[in-house]
Design a protein around this ligand. Structure first.
Ligand SMILES: CC(C)(COP(=O)(O)OP(=O)(O)OC[C@H]1O[C@@H](n2cnc3c(N)ncnc32)[C@H](O)[C@@H]1OP(=O)(O)O)[C@@H](O)C(=O)NCCC(=O)NCCS
Length: 208
């Protein structure tokens, strides 16, 4: 088993903890973040949020893995997760949110996603990871393409057009070393990172 935290270039992925609640609450209530995540902002008092937050930490779902994303100096900047883990089909969905805007477009999302994907393909027998992002969210799509995800198709959900992207295990094994080298060298794959081959989000859990 990979031990936590997972050190990954500019970031480290660690277990979620109760002290994350204030940031997570702020991010969940944020209009812009909710829009980018194809959902609606949370409208719930903090004490209620905290109660369900504690419960999720105490009784985590066996079908998901959630991580906080920290900078190397320990600043909590976002979260990522793998959910709807379907061992029968050998696939699962991944999601990420860098909640702290100061860290957008600087490779933190790329490094975090590389770490998450590598962790899931190393620690499980999943054969494919997939994700959905809003069709117009070019920053997100570009970041995921750098990691190796490929656009499969557009899906419509609740009136939103989402891009489905996938990354099969076999493809990850081909590109893994190169991506991990990017992390070691602090690269964000700026110039040559496009994919080599080419919500309301029903059931999508919050990334906080
Ligand atoms: C989506 C997200 C995870 C991406 O992580 P990130 O660290 O910001 O992005 P990265 O630095 O890894 O990659 C972004 C790339 O898109 C580019 N980019 C930024 N804005 C862009 C735009 N409007 N159009 C096209 N490309 C854009 C960046 O220059 C960078 O490419 P480069 O490395 O070739 O220069 C992060 O921005 C985030 O969480 N945003 C808020 C929530 C969100 O959008 N969620 C969507 C989840 S599906």
């Amino acid at each position: 088993m990979t031990s936590l935290p997972i050190a990954a270039g500019k970031v480290q992925l660690r277990e979620k903890r109760l002290q994350d609640a204030p940031e997570d609450y702020a991010w969940r209530c944020d209009e812009e973040l909710a829009t980018l995540d194809a959902t609606t902002p949370l409208r719930q008092p903090y004490d209620e949020f905290l109660r369900s937050y504690e419960e999720t930490l105490l009784y985590p779902s066996p079908w998901s893995e959630r991580f906080a994303i920290d900078t190397l100096d320990g600043r909590h900047i976002g979260n990522c997760m793998c959910y709807d883990i379907n061992t029968a089909y050998g696939e699962a969905e991944v999601g990420i949110m860098i909640g702290d805007r100061d860290y957008w477009s600087k490779g933190y999302g790329y490094h975090s996603m590389v770490a998450l994907v590598d962790h899931m393909f190393t620690e499980t027998s999943l054969r494919k990871l997939y994700l959905h992002t809003l069709e117009w969210n070019n920053r997100a799509r570009k970041s995921f393409e750098k990691c190796g995800f490929v656009v499969i198709r557009t899906v419509s959900r609740y009136g939103l057009r989402l891009t489905r992207m996938e990354l099969p295990r076999a493809r990850w094994l081909q590109i893994r070393e190169e991506r991990l080298a990017d992390l070691r060298q602090g690269r964000t794959r700026a110039s040559n990172g496009t994919s080599p081959t080419s919500h309301e989000t029903g059931g999508k859990p919050p990334l906080t």
